[in-house]
Design a protein around this ligand. Structure first.
Ligand SMILES: Nc1ncnc2c1ncn2[C@@H]1O[C@H](COP(=O)(O)OP(=O)(O)OP(=O)(O)O)[C@@H](O)[C@H]1O
Length: 296
């Protein structure tokens, strides 16, 4: 089977520090995949290497079966990176036209203005757009060649709710056309509602990989919360076997654990002063936090 993206044992070391650590990942064509992870997890470095903008220290990368540096491969992909730089003295429509000209089968200007929601701004100078509008322009440029794979690095940062919703619809329609979409996001809600597959990265490694429902199911029962008596301390709770993280809200405490069944027995055996005990199955946010904490 040919994959849209294939990474084999890829590492990137900056000044002795591993930003990406022996990462292997295969992405099937037509997938919407979200790379999730805290700041500094290695998401942007991974995308930059897939795009051939950064050279891996070791390992191999294939994009559409070829090298990310092949011009024939480049023509079939589009990317919107975190920094969208606009060209001075060009209007929005002129900027889009400039990019369309690079490709043999570009989307029409009208279509690009429509999917990026920039129809009203088409005659404005690109440099005068707001931050959110500039990101939408970045998206139009990334989509201009009607790419088979589109990379979106934190695409909705700075977008208002309406723009974000419209943007999600556009991504879904790209996926419906069989396009592969790779996005990084800090918004778990975004990953949950858009992606077929979520890959959680922490400290340069894949720490979870599955559908949003698999990721949630994996962590079912991972959180125990209760109202703690005044004698209970964080140190005491963190010392209990299986406790990954302790979070307080007044006297209400939330424990993250890999094995809540065992933890509840331990809490009772150790006569921890607890009231109103709850075991939560956890949403995606809890799943993400639990996975990241357990791998720190
Ligand atoms: N050019 C560089 N030189 C040195 N270290 C770097 C460089 N670029 C990234 N790093 C380091 O590599 C690690 C991974 O960074 P990266 O930007 O890939 O993370 P990220 O997951 O995209 O984070 P964010 O969500 O904040 O964008 C971080 O520790 C970062 O400080």
């Amino acid at each position: 089977m040919s994959f849209a993206i294939e990474l084999n044992n890829v590492s990137k070391i900056y000044q002795g520090k591993k930003a990406v650590d022996n990462l292997s990942l295969k992405v099937e064509k037509g997938t919407v995949i979200a790379l999730l992870g805290p700041n500094g997890a290695g998401k942007t470095t991974t995308i930059s290497m897939i795009l051939g903008l950064k050279q891996p220290t070791s390992g191999t990368i294939k994009l559409l079966g070829g090298s990310p540096k092949d011009i024939s491969v480049r023509n079939r992909i589009g990317a919107m990176l975190q920094e969208v730089s606009v060209i001075d003295n060009l209007k929005v429509a002129e900027t889009i036209e400039l990019f369309r000209n690079y490709y043999s089968n570009p989307l029409s200007l009208q279509e690009l203005l429509r999917i990026s929601g920039l129809e009203k701004e088409k005659d404005k100078m690109a440099a005068s757009l707001s931050g959110g509008q500039q990101r939408r322009l970045g998206f139009a440029l990334a989509a201009s060649g009607d790419p088979e794979i589109i990379f979106l690095d934190e695409p909705t940062v700075g977008m208002d709710v309406t723009s974000r919703q419209m943007f999600w619809d556009t991504i879904r329609s790209m996926a419906d056309k069989g396009r592969t979409v790779v996005l990084t996001t800090h918004y778990l809600e975004e990953a949950d509602s858009l992606a077929d597959r979520i890959v959680v990265i922490n400290q340069g490694k894949v720490v979870a990989d599955g559908s949003p429902s698999q990721i949630k199911a994996e962590t079912t029962g991972r959180v125990i919360s209760f109202t703690a008596g005044t004698s209970v301390t964080s140190e005491q709770l963190l010392a209990l076997p299986g406790v990954i993280d302790v979070e307080w809200n007044g006297r209400r405490v939330k424990l993250q654990s890999r094995d809540t069944d065992r933890l509840i027995v331990t809490l009772i055996e150790q006569r921890i002063d607890m009231k109103d005990i709850e075991i939560q199955s956890g949403g995606l946010e809890d799943a993400f936090q639990a996975i990241v904490h357990s791998t720190n």
